[in-house]
Write a protein that binds this ligand. Structure first.
Ligand SMILES: Cc1cc2nc3c(=O)[nH]c(=O)nc-3n(C[C@H](O)[C@H](O)[C@H](O)COP(=O)(O)OP(=O)(O)OC[C@H]3O[C@@H](n4cnc5c(N)ncnc54)[C@H](O)[C@@H]3O)c2cc1C
Length: 235
């Protein structure tokens, strides 16, 4: 790997430490005469198995407001602008992304290389040269007074970026369902897998929810199926 080639880095920087208890309280409140304060303090809210038994029932009935109370923030770096462009299509997420207007490149810009290109040594070399030549023109322009916000027009989709991205648990599950699917593009699939792995490490019960959509649906609804699950309406 060359010096300026990056791969995705993901870290959770903020998350409630009582997710299960909060979601249980939200679920139970809907079906109880008791107050949410009492529910939150009761034994069942602190018993993982009892809490999960109710939560699984409520979520599988599609009562999704109960998981909207949990907000998670990720620090993400080493992804391409092609990847971030796909991620920001998720409208219920919040983003603060490194600006190409305010942050001027001072040397070879960092970039991402897709594995398919890496495997082809001839094209890989041409790819590196393209990044080098693009940097040279970018630096020539900024040295001659072109503002970074205009010089950046020549930067490719491969240019690396970083961001803080936040979302609630409902959107996190939706993101996983869509972007862990093998029909999703490789880099965003890798990124979302890293986000899910980070969260599952701290909240193992989410393993059953942070899955590609076919696992949730029990069938594949894609036009071109990878074959992992039977297509809808077929045996
Ligand atoms: C494999 C794949 C290929 C794709 N290819 C393309 C492509 O070729 N071109 C392209 O433009 N995009 C493409 N997309 C992006 C896709 O169309 C969505 O914009 C993106 O996945 C965000 O999904 P979403 O709208 O379900 O979720 P979010 O924006 O995260 O929203 C979550 C949910 O909130 C609800 N919601 C949000 N906003 C609205 C609204 N305005 N009205 C009603 N309900 C709303 C919906 O239920 C939605 O599912 C692709 C996505 C995938 C996964």
């Amino acid at each position: 790997m060359f010096e300026h080639e990056l791969t995705p880095q993901v870290k959770i920087i903020s998350k409630p430490d009582n997710i299960l208890r909060t979601v249980y309280t939200a679920c139970r409140t809907c079906y109880s005469a008791d107050s949410p304060i009492n529910i939150n303090n009761c034994q069942n809210a602190q018993d993982e198995n009892k809490a999960l038994s109710l939560i699984n029932k409520v979520i599988s009935s599609g009562h999704y407001s109960t998981i909207e109370h949990i907000q998670i923030s990720f620090a993400i770096s080493g992804i391409s602008r092609a990847c971030s462009h796909q991620l920001v299509r998720h409208r219920l997420m919040s983003f603060s992304q490194k600006s190409q207007r305010y942050v001027r490149e001072k040397e070879q810009f960092d970039y991402v290389v897709p594995n398919t290109i890496k495997k082809n040594s001839e094209l890989y070399l041409k790819y590196q040269n393209f990044m080098k030549q693009t940097t040279e023109l970018y630096l020539e322009m900024t040295e001659k007074g072109i503002p970074a916000e205009d010089a950046r027009f020549i930067l490719p989709n491969a240019t690396s970026t970083s961001m803080v991205a936040s979302l609630n648990l409902r959107e996190m599950i939706h993101l996983a369902n869509l972007r862990l699917c093998s029909r999703a593009q490789a880099e965003i699939r890798t990124l979302v897998k890293l986000m899910c792995d980070e969260l599952i490490l701290q909240e193992p019960w989410l393993k059953n929810y942070l899955v590609p959509k076919c696992e949730k649906l029990g069938f594949c609804d894609e036009d071109k199926s990878c074959g992992r699950m039977a297509k809808r309406g077929l045996d």
